[in-house]
Design a protein around this ligand. Structure first.
Ligand code: SF4
Length: 219
């Protein structure tokens, strides 16, 4: 089956399972989304959502975040992975928004990726979810599933992003990246399960892969 046909069929399955996928991180505007995505590196969304209400009650605007001592931010987010680095980055990022962007989150990739602690994936989430710009954020889970489903060679995340952008229509990108994340969370966590019973791998994975991985397949 051609990649583009596979993507169409996968899209139909995803639309049925997750018709209106919501951004799983609590936020109310581009700044709070940016903060939440920065906090989510190497941490579950659930853990991020446990600390952001307190953090946003202290600082839901760049000016307030930049004014907080790093130690104060760290105290609120200490349960998250890489907390000391994240605390420093949040303060520095907020200061830069004030210095260079009049306290606003910029809606362009270059400016976003120049902010401390903001990589391409974080910038992509903000672009597509906060500003409705075409972007396809690819994390390790999406990268792995795209390869298993035969939508990408799986060489690296840069290639996967390029491949997924080719097979899915631009106006689908915002929901596809969320749907794939949700699919992984709901269907893939088991260490051992039957690929033949999987709603997507059963027909999308190559027979060589199924033979090789059998029921050992998991995320
Ligand atoms: S076979 Fe399992 S790990 Fe692979 S995509 Fe399907 S549910 Fe996920």
């Amino acid at each position: 089956m051609k990649r583009i046909d596979k993507a169409l069929r996968i899209g139909r399955v995803l639309d049925e399972l997750f018709p209106v996928p919501a951004v799983p991180l609590l936020h109310s505007d581009p700044f709070t989304l940016l903060v939440a995505v920065m906090l989510s590196a190497q941490t579950t969304d659930k853990k991020v959502n446990e600390v952001t209400p307190e953090l946003f009650s202290l600082a839901a605007r760049p000016k307030k975040m930049a004014a907080l001592p790093v130690d104060r931010i760290l105290r609120v987010i200490r349960t998250l992975g890489l907390a000391p680095t994240k605390a420093r980055n949040l303060k520095a990022m907020s200061q830069l928004l004030l210095d260079r962007h009049a306290g606003r989150v910029p809606a362009d990739f270059e400016s976003l990726e120049n902010l401390p602690g903001v990589g391409h994936k974080t910038a992509s989430v903000v672009m597509v979810q906060a500003f409705g710009q075409p972007a396809f954020p690819v994390d390790t889970h999406i990268h792995r599933l795209a390869e298993r489903w035969g939508l990408s060679s799986g060489k690296n995340v840069v290639q996967t992003e390029r491949d997924l952008k080719k097979v899915f229509a631009k106006n689908e990108w915002a929901r596809r990246h969320l749907q794939i994340i949700y699919f992984g969370r709901v269907h893939c966590p088991a260490r051992r399960h039957d690929m033949e019973a999987c709603l997507i791998c059963s027909w999308a994975a190559s027979s060589a892969r199924k033979k090789r991985e059998g029921s050992r397949h998991g995320m």
